[in-house]
Design a protein around this ligand. Structure first.
Ligand SMILES: C[S@@+](CC[C@H](N)C(=O)[O-])C[C@H]1O[C@@H](n2cnc3c(N)ncnc32)[C@H](O)[C@@H]1O
Length: 377
């Protein structure tokens, strides 16, 4: 065993100990998987973003193995692909979130699992470690990522079924999956996934800024609660698209439009309201600009071509300018009104029922307490 391998093993053990101590990793079988699969085998070069300082640090295992390995075995998201505007389009997910999701998935030997978002292949490797290659199918929209993951998985001895394509369509198999896990964010749960999952099977997916865990029923519907805050990079449909940056969102909302004075709802900056807003209105991008002369909320929905900006006036009102077919500010204030009246529920009090035709109904505390149908995305 080389000195480097020894370092890697020690760093892996440290990471697993930390994930256990922090309450993300409980099950010995997943602890063994994180100890047994080398994360560095799936990332040669990567970037780490520090949101506290706004800095990006580039690592290269070949150039500075020590520094790169330390980052690989920190609880960090490793960005492995950026679009033309600098937004990450693929990464190796933060290990604590991977561990949490693998345990929430309640996947066991004998199950067949479909992963949406192959990325580096590291999560697929963890699944193969526990379930065996034959049980794992993984799909990514980017064929180059799929081929790279196939090579890297093979180099460390794994051979799951890998497919290039749009994971929102699922992957039809000879028999339904027991589990579907999505590692990219979706605006809605695709009806195809319900049809491809067996009765009693589980779908775990990020909608808005939260994970939802659905169980498929005998009638082909699926239902379950939001379990945790989490935000993955969103599903892509076109590899050539460049994601909107904060600068783009502010620019899109900085236009002439209809001006009015409107109420400024309480709690606009609360995380649980932002999460709810992202679930209900998944195509709306929102940025808050903090200026010396006060805050400015900028919203844009590229799908409907709508936008809004609002400047609070200090008296529970705001000067609002809107444009396009949807009034994005009215949508936000209506939702904030419900959320305030309902006692500001955290996402874990919310749940979702998805019909076999893909219609979504949001509920509070239990399915018998519907809140609203979610608009189709
Ligand atoms: C956070 S990364 C996945 C991390 C991965 N599971 C790993 O272990 O490295 C998100 C991935 O979702 C993929 N993705 C985005 N849109 C997709 C789509 N429509 N279908 C399938 N994969 C998609 C991206 O290309 C990206 O690789």
């Amino acid at each position: 065993m080389t000195a480097t391998t020894t370092d890697s093993a020690a760093l892996r053990a440290q990471l697993v100990n930390r994930l256990v101590a922090d309450g993300f990793l409980h099950e010995p079988r997943w602890q063994r998987a994180f100890l047994g699969v080398l994360r560095e085998a799936f990332v040669e070069q990567f970037t780490v973003h520090d949101p506290a300082t706004g800095t990006y640090t580039r690592y290269d295992l070949a150039a500075d193995r020590g520094a790169a390995l330390a980052a690989v075995y920190s609880d960090l998201s490793l960005l492995t692909q950026l679009d033309a505007g600098g937004t990450a389009t693929s990464s190796s997910t933060t290990p604590s979130l991977m561990a949490l999701m693998l345990e929430r998935l309640a996947v066991h030997p004998g199950h067949r699992v479909l992963e949406i978002g192959t990325g580096t292949g590291y999560n697929a490797a963890l699944l193969c470690h526990e379930l065996g290659d034959h049980a794992v199918t993984s799909i990514d929209i980017d064929p180059a990522l799929v081929e790279q993951a196939r090579t890297r998985l093979a180099e460390v001895g794994y051979g799951p079924r890998l497919i290039a394509g749009d994971g929102a369509l699922g992957v039809a198999g000879a028999r339904p999956y027991d589990r579907i896990i999505a590692t990219c964010g979706l605006p809605r749960v695709p009806a195809a996934w319900l049809a491809q999952t067996r009765e009693g099977g589980i779908i775990l997916v990020n909608l808005g800024f939260a994970l939802v865990r659905l169980t498929v029923a005998a009638d082909g519907t699926a239902g379950g609660r939001f379990t945790d805050y989490a935000a993955f990079m969103p599903r892509r449909t076109n590899l050539d698209d460049t994601a909107l940056t904060a600068r783009d969102i502010i620019a899109a909302a900085d236009r002439d439009g209809t001006i009015c004075r409107a109420p400024l709802p309480d709690g606009l900056d609360e995380r649980s309201l932002q999460c709810l807003h992202a679930i209900v209105h998944p195509h709306v991008h929102k940025v808050v600009v903090h200026n010396d002369d006060g805050d400015m909320y900028a919203l844009t929905d590229p799908v409907s071509g709508s936008w809004a900006r609002a400047r609070p006036d200090g008296n529970a009102n705001a000067t609002v300018v809107t444009g396009g077919p949807r009034d994005l500010w009215a949508d936000l204030t209506t939702l904030a009104g419900w959320w305030n009246e309902a006692g500001r529920p955290e996402p874990t009090r919310l749940g979702l029922t998805v019909a076999s035709d893909g219609a979504h109904e949001l509920w509070l505390d239990r399915p018998e307490q519907p809140v609203m149908p979610l608009p189709p995305a």
